[in-house]
Design a protein around this ligand. Structure first.
Ligand SMILES: Cc1cc2nc3c(=O)[nH]c(=O)nc-3n(C[C@H](O)[C@H](O)[C@H](O)COP(=O)(O)OP(=O)(O)OC[C@H]3O[C@@H](n4cnc5c(N)ncnc54)[C@H](O)[C@@H]3O)c2cc1C
Length: 558
């Protein structure tokens, strides 16, 4: 079994030296911040907090991690799909939230999965679920393992004979392309780059780029209703999904391929966002796009977040639909891009199209920004050669100015987060969405609640905000928290800060999550947010498709 995924066989990076997926942190082992880089980061932050930070903690090596012995044995017919390798079990114990990374760093893994299964096709998934149901074993679907809400955590309580983590990444093929309808049938375990590499020769793209793109899968995106980094229109995976195929313990469900349908509640809507609690998504027909040929981006500065928010609302209601429309407050901008003296917010704005030049849309968008006190330090950069633009989320900072700087720092951010964790810094994000009429109040109250919590719990700290998605009727604000932790107590400190943030979000009328999903971590607030009648209907659906309750216990419903 492939215990340590490497990209040597993906075909997407054939010329690059092989790299090894970290079992303990984000991404590739080879891309982690070095001790020297971590030290420099610590010195810079110590200046910011005005306190000394401890020296970087050394990650506990895998050999020193205590893993309890597997409690279950797969039947002989499934043994070839199953691994009890230490590295494999450790790598499937948690997702990649701040809380997960702290525990992985310290080798704190009391509840590893007993077995990691690597099904190669749908028949394997059926056989594995049959085994789990008959033996009273909890089954946790696992895509890229990038969950930040405890969605893949193998701690499911004592009611189960064991836990099997179902790693879907061997099921990674684009099986069929319908060029006429511009759609493809894609297996759920395909990681972002693997999927795009198979679409590229056809001049097509899914164009779904969450920040976790490199290490998350189509099935994970569908199961969590992921949001891509585009700000408007084609960004939610829900909207890109034409039909789904799901293996549940009660049988397989496949919806009909349709561009739209008024035939009652949509079967897809039951499984989109089901977070592995109803079944395993094995494949989906996905709506594709032609690769963009024209692109333009600009960084617009505003005196403060309020003026920027007014401009974003005007843009979202204008029908221009920019693909990028990220507003960063001063703190966020300072972390990831440059801001002119006196500016209080930066809007990273972009348009692109496979069909027509986008200069006119940018011109009108900049007029709207100017109406709201926006200024443009440098002219927009454009690609309008008529040649399809390169895929992916990267960009040259030099060419794209503030927008490019922001993109580069965005992609590097999870590695930086891991370095900060080693320095004892509490470093996490939380996100929500609200209608425009509530935004100013929500922003003020959530910021005040978190700043108060940081003062009480950490003595110092920093909360910043950016917009990830903008809608005609509202916005998705995304908050980042940085604070000096007390070594050994960081997790309880973060739990208190997170609870304060979540209470403030719900009180201000926001959602407990806009795109990070519910998992185990958001349950207390999700249970309060959803209507009781809906919770009862969801429980009934769960007992219909998963009568023994083996699918990802503790997630979404009990
Ligand atoms: C650094 C970082 C950046 C992130 N950026 C974004 C972002 O920009 N946008 C965003 O939306 N999210 C983001 N996330 C969160 C995470 O990447 C998403 O939730 C993603 O959709 C999870 O995909 P995955 O394949 O890693 O799923 P996993 O983490 O493996 O699983 C997530 C959930 O889906 C279930 N699941 C996985 N595969 C299947 C399947 N085939 N069938 C049924 N259930 C399944 C799991 O059981 C679990 O409940 C980020 C996370 C990190 C760590």
């Amino acid at each position: 079994m492939p215990a340590a995924p490497s990209d040597a066989t993906s075909g997407d990076h054939a010329a690059a030296p092989p790299r090894t997926r970290s079992w303990q942190a984000w991404g590739w082992e080879e891309s982690a911040a070095t001790d020297e880089q971590t030290g420099r980061l610590g010195a810079a932050l110590a200046g910011r907090f005005g306190i000394g930070l401890p020296t970087a903690e050394t990650p506990v090596p895998l050999g020193s991690v205590e893993l309890r012995a597997p409690r279950v044995d797969p039947p002989a017919t499934l043994a070839h799909l199953c691994s009890t390798d230490r590295r494999d079990r450790a790598a499937h114990t948690y997702g990649r939230s701040y809380r997960d990374v702290v525990r992985l760093l310290r080798g704190d893994l009391p509840h590893p999965p007993d077995v990691v299964a690597h099904p190669a096709d749908e028949a394997d998934v059926v056989a594995l679920l049959d085994w789990c149901a008959s033996a009273g074993i909890a089954a946790i679907p696992f895509g890229g393992g990038s969950s930040v809400v405890g969605g893949v955590e193998a701690d499911v309580g004592d009611d189960w004979a064991g836990v099997v983590s179902l790693d879907l990444t061997r099921m990674d093929r684009v099986v069929e392309i319908d060029r006429v309808s511009r759609a493809a049938r894609i297996q759920a375990g395909a990681l972002g780059p693997v999927l795009e590499a198979q679409l590229r020769p056809h001049g097509l793209t899914l164009r779904h780029y969450p920040q976790s793109f490199e290490f998350s899968t189509l099935g994970g995106w569908l199961a969590t209703r992921a949001g891509g980094h585009f700000a408007t229109v084609y960004t939610h995976i829900d909207d890109l999904c034409e039909s789904l195929r799901v293996v549940t313990p009660s049988g397989t469900a496949e919806s009909r391929r349709l561009p739209g349908s008024g035939a009652g509640p949509s079967p897809d809507r039951l499984f989109l966002g089901s977070e592995g609690a109803l079944g395993v998504i094995t494949e989906a027909w996905m709506r594709l796009q032609d690769r963009p040929r024209w692109k333009t981006s600009a960084g617009v500065e505003f005196p403060d977040l309020g003026a920027g928010a007014d401009a974003v609302r005007a843009l979202a209601q204008s029908g221009l639909f920019p693909v990028n429309c990220r507003l960063l407050d001063a703190g966020e901008a300072m972390l990831s891009a440059t801001l002119s003296p006196g500016a209080g917010a930066l809007l990273v704005l972009g348009f692109e199209s496979a069909d027509h030049p986008v200069g006119a849309a940018m011109d009108r968008a900049l007029e709207l920004c100017r109406d709201h006190a926006g200024t443009l330090p440098t002219a927009p950069s454009s690609t309008d050669s008529g040649v399809p633009a390169a895929a992916g989320t990267g960009g040259a900072a030099g060419r794209d100015g503030a927008a490019g700087e922001w993109r580069n720092s965005f992609l590097r951010a999870p590695y930086t987060r891991d370095a900060l964790v080693r320095l004892g810094v509490i470093c996490e994000t939380f996100e929500t969405a609200c209608t425009w009429d509530r935004f100013a109040m929500l922003h003020a109250e959530v910021t005040a609640a978190v700043e108060d919590a940081l003062r009480r719990i950490c003595g110092a700290g920093w909360v910043t905000c950016r917009f990830t998605h903008a809608y005609p009727d509202g916005v998705a604000p995304y908050f980042s928290v940085l604070a000096p932790g007390r070594r050994g107590s960081e997790l309880s400190q973060w739990a208190e800060i997170k609870a304060a943030a979540s209470e403030a979000v719900l009180a201000a009328g926001g959602t407990i999550t806009h795109h990070h999903a519910v998992g185990r971590d958001h349950r207390p607030w999700y249970d309060r947010q959803r209507p009781d009648v809906f919770a009862a209907a969801l429980r009934a659906a769960k007992s219909a498709v998963d009568p023994a309750g083996i699918m990802n216990p503790g997630v979404l419903v009990d």
